[in-house]
Design a protein around this ligand. Sequence first.
Ligand SMILES: [Zn+2]
Length: 145
Amino acid sequence: MSKLYGKSKREIAELLRSKDIHPTAQRIEMAWCLLSRPQHLSADEIRLMLNQEYEQVSQATVYNNLKLFAKKGVVQELIVSSDRIYYDSNPNPHHHFLDLDTGKIEDIPNCALQISQMNINACIEDVSVIVKGRRKQLDLEQVHP
Ligand SMILES: [Zn+2]
């Protein structure tokens, strides 16, 4: 199996082709940025990353390509709320922790969460949980009384 992150641009082009996506230069750049490491990026963040180093890419182009990537399983779409959508470079099933103080999103391994008491009469294909919370501050007085 090829590595998940840090693929070369040639490998990215092959990945896109294997997902039935025509590998245009722009799409290769986008996927290369996204898949460089485990991360959760908004469409705006991806557009800013692209525009820093390459030609100006329109918001519509970025948005359309991200939708295509998500549909074809290159990235996962993570909908935190209607105005906060992220693109996740980890294609494997997993859950998330959203730190409400920093806005940072972290992965929670799939095995860390068990969902057993659901009474849903359906064939469940995917479960994605977003845990929202605030990190507990380390109380120094308790550590050093
Ligand atoms: Zn994730």
